[in-house]
Design a protein around this ligand. Structure first.
Ligand SMILES: O=c1[nH]cnc2c1ncn2[C@H]1C[C@H](O)[C@@H](COP(=O)(O)OP(=O)(O)O)O1
Length: 212
């Protein structure tokens, strides 16, 4: 009943638009499926071609459906918490690194609710790692249960824009993304200040106005 009341509070067109809610509000929703995904990242001093600063390694993955998304997945009834569900998914998708690396409540960032096509909540987490830890995840991901099936491969997000004005982040943003993962990526880059706002705006504009 609580769920029906909540659902009816929003007019038809409002229900189509995903909403940001607090974790507490999200956890009170009944009959919604909860999913958790995480942006893992690490600072780097490496330069592409010896001159373009890479700045951060940010991990996403190519999914079985040809879309890009973050590692993670649905939380099951048997998971004791959102973090338990996410750690279970990370072990399946990224492999043995997540026997030791653990996501905790400190890594929680935001929750978004959608009503259509199905009622669901996506919880977004972020975790800063060392470059060595990220490289170890990349190597060990070949030994993950889901490698080659649900996960086609772990990919790095290029944060730079090349001289042609499209290569790098603008081209990456032109890919197909699952669910709200593209807005999660932009939110993560913004809120963690991995890029400046003007750099993000330029990359979005260039991705939408590719003349090449
Ligand atoms: O990266 C993501 N960000 C937001 N939502 C996502 C992301 N990846 C998938 N999704 C959506 C799609 C589904 O509605 C759920 C769960 O999908 P998935 O991760 O494929 O779940 P399983 O691995 O099958 O448990 O979240």
């Amino acid at each position: 009943m609580a769920q029906a009341t909540h659902y009816n509070k929003y007019p038809q067109e409002e229900r189509r638009r995903p909403r940001i809610v607090s974790r507490e509000e999200a956890m009170e929703l009944q009959d919604y499926r909860h999913a958790c995904h995480i942006m893992l990242y690490a600072p780097t001093i490496a330069k592409l071609f010896g001159r373009v600063p890479i700045r951060y390694v940010v991990l996403m993955m190519m999914r079985y459906d040809g879309r890009l998304g973050f590692p993670g997945g649905f939380v099951d009834m048997k998971d004791a918490s959102l973090e338990d569900g996410l750690n279970r998914e990370l072990l399946e998708e990224l492999g043995p690194s997540f026997n030791t690396l653990k996501v905790t409540e400190e890594n929680y960032k935001s929750s978004q609710v959608r009503e259509v096509p199905l009622k669901g909540v996506t919880h977004f987490f972020v975790k800063e790692l060392t470059l060595e830890e990220i490289e170890s995840i990349e190597k060990e991901s070949f030994n993950a249960k889901d490698h080659g099936s649900e996960v086609m491969g772990v990919v790095r997000v290029p944060l730079y824009t090349l001289r042609d004005g499209f290569g790098g982040l603008p081209a990456f943003l032109s890919n197909n993304f699952i669910g709200n993962s593209k807005s999660q990526l932009l939110y993560g880059l913004r809120s963690l200040r991995l890029l400046r706002e003007d750099q993000i705006q330029d990359a979005i504009w260039c991705s939408q106005n590719n003349q090449y």
